[in-house]
Design a protein around this ligand. Sequence first.
Ligand code: SF4
Ligand code: SF4
Length: 408
Amino acid sequence: MNRREFLKTSLFTTIGAVVLSACNHIAIRTKDFIDKVSTKKYKNLDISVIGFGAMRLPQKDGEPDIEKTQEMVDYAMEHGINYYDTAWFYHGGKSELAVGEVMKKYPRNSYYLADKMPLRILKDKSEVIPTFEEQLKKCRTDYFDFYLAHNINKNEWKTLKECNVYEQLLEKKQEGKIKYLGFSIHDTPELLEEVVNTYKWDFVQLPINPIDWKTLDAKRQYEIATKAGLPVVVMNPLKGGQLSTLSEKAVDILKNENPDVSPSSWSLRYSASLPNVFVVLSGMTEMEHVTDNVKTFTDFKPLTEKEQSVLEKAIAVYNSSGAISCTYCQYCTGCPVGIDIPKNFLMYNQYKATDRKDRFTLAYESIKEENRADKCINCGICKTKCPQKLDIPNLLKDVADLYKELKQ
Ligand code: SF4
Ligand code: SF4
């Protein structure tokens, strides 16, 4: 190599090194500045361990607030959250529209979309496919990655069979409009066994959280799904928000162990630590929920044994506070006399968490008189609808009695 060739080679090598170094620097800076949440495998897909549930979106004038939802979704996408879950019933039919609107700017293969067949509204088999096609339109998509028969219970199971829902959805799967077919269920382990054994499913969505694990057979349901080879999507990991608003004493236990993380992060990690769970859905309402979830699931580590026992201790303390196990799911709506059951229970639970009598009476009085607990006529209609199997009329009596007692 002559001097001229040597200089030329050296120059290119130096420029190359500088460029490479700059690129590495950018790559390192990008990695450093944008945390990505961890993923788990579902078949050959890499799914973010935390999924974006679109059932509690921010609201404006009673409808999903698109601007705020867009900001939250943009942050979520930027940080690697790639699983988005909606349903016909969420936000009275507006959640699917909101999801379609905020996701339209992203390439369809950059995220996974889950939607659900609203079994409860089906009158006969002819309604299944038009409902499905309408959902595709609302979500502005040609296919769903994950599609579920929504909320199977005894009634919906009957509907599913009578309307040939599974067979019709299987055809959509064969056409490529559904990639993976599953179901969600809020019922007994016995019904879960029956559903699992009747059809061939790809996955199941179960309510799992540290309270329901023992008290509502979530453990047994998880074991049934695992034995059947069905990977699990977790819903309700915070028990309708209860696990993010624990009583002060319970929060102290968690904060003593780790002052830097939120109470919610403990319960979300609890469900995500189960090996057969591939995604945990979090119904996100504020940007703070998204940022906290990203923080929790960046470099996700399952709960250690010590953390498990700290969480159990905090839950035991919380349970002893006497809070009602309502998840505020709204399935009990339609009370003939108009009681706002979830709102009454929320006020009661906030009192149990804080012990602030003045706040409870004020909050209770903020509920319209006709929607208050003391107006319950004990007809029992709501009891049959509650997935938590709550004795609603009796619990409403507790709420009404507490108000009377505190007002004296
Ligand atoms: S039991 Fe009470 S709250 Fe439930 S539906 Fe009847 S009146 Fe409404
Ligand atoms: S009482 Fe039951 S059905 Fe009603 S909101 Fe609470 S958990 Fe849901």
